[in-house]
Design a protein around this ligand. Structure first.
Ligand code: MLT
Length: 304
């Protein structure tokens, strides 16, 4: 039976599943890296979410490690080539967060479109600035979905219910496949130029941000950008500059280049709604991903 170290909080249902299968679980969530390093010495498997950086040094602290489980979709906080070199398998939980992330996209979009944070502040402060808080409707607006994987598709289905027109860009998806969910597939450039709302649902790949100054310059000055995917997809300084100059009309951001985003120019940028990486943070999603990652780990040690 395996010794499994948990580095970030996962739902109890996942821990129970691992223990019921006979594995020993060491819950180090919230502990400093030193404690994690010490616990890894005897560990066969490690479970993380998105905040712990699993680099080659951390893996080296676990000479018996055979598996890293990611309780979530992206594995960009895990050095996958280093894991492969060390013979460690990386598994994730790709399904459980889909609806939570799609719904959070709309939570942020509607909060931005209807000035909810500013409205909330004004009521508490005893002001009533209805005239300056005029928003826009989603109906009839063009939504450009960058990345048509599970989350992008779930966003498309919900956006259609709001009466939005859908554009999408994804190098791995055919126009016919996109059309099946009501999305017209276009190039990223066309999407940026034509969309009223651009929403990112692509994985973090490559060293360069997908959305930098040049891409922001292609967006309409009335358009807004939503990022519930990964912080590294967007050049935060360029986004803050585009917001300050009126190059785009607003942004809602859940994920940052560094988390928490201490000193990020987005903290002081105008017309922004910010949330602290809440995309997957629902009780439903956390139960689902904990269950999913525990199943994959149990399966690995059953058959290994
Ligand atoms: C994910 O990639 O699934 C999420 O970002 C995980 C998280 O919330 O930590």
């Amino acid at each position: 039976m395996a010794s499994i170290v948990i580095a970030e909080t996962i739902a109890a249902v996942g821990i129970n599943a691992l223990e019921s299968a006979g594995h020993t679980v060491h819950d180090l969530s919230g502990e400093p890296r030193d404690a994690l390093v010490a616990a890894l010495k005897e560990a066969d498997a490690l479970i993380v979410r998105s905040q712990v950086q699993v680099d080659a040094a951390l893996m080296a602290a676990g000479p018996k490690l055979r598996l890293i489980g990611r309780a979530g979709v992206g594995i960009d906080n895990i050095d996958a080539p280093a894991a492969a070199r060390a013979g460690i398998l990386v598994v994730n939980a790709p399904d459980g967060n889909t609806i939570a992330a799609a719904e959070h996209t709309f939570a942020l979009l509607l909060a931005l479109a209807r000035h909810i944070p500013a409205g909330d502040r004004s009521v508490r402060e005893g002001t009533w600035p209805r005239a300056t808080l005029k928003g826009f409707e989603l109906r009839g607006r063009r939504l450009g979905i960058v990345g048509l994987g599970r989350i992008g598709r779930a966003v498309a289905v919900r956006a259609a219910a709001f009466g939005m027109q859908l554009l999408g860009s994804d190098p791995l998806v055919s126009p016919q496949d996109a059309a099946r969910i009501g999305v017209r597939l276009v190039s990223l450039d066309e999407l940026l130029g034509a969309s009223d709302v651009v929403t990112l649902h692509a994985p973090a790949v490559g060293a360069q941000p997908l959305i930098g100054a040049a891409e922001l310059a292609k967006m309409q000055s009335s358009a807004v950008l939503i990022n519930v995917a990964r912080g590294s997809l967007v050049d935060e300084a360029a986004l803050a500059a585009a917001l300050a100059s009126g190059g785009i009309a607003g942004a809602a951001v859940d994920v940052y280049a560094t988390e928490p985003p201490v000193g990020s120019p987005l903290l002081t940028a105008p017309r922004t709604v910010l949330s602290p990486h809440l995309g997957a943070q629902t009780s439903d999603a956390q139960v689902a991903v904990a269950r999913e990652v525990a199943e994959r780990i149990c399966e690995f040690f059953r058959t290994a």
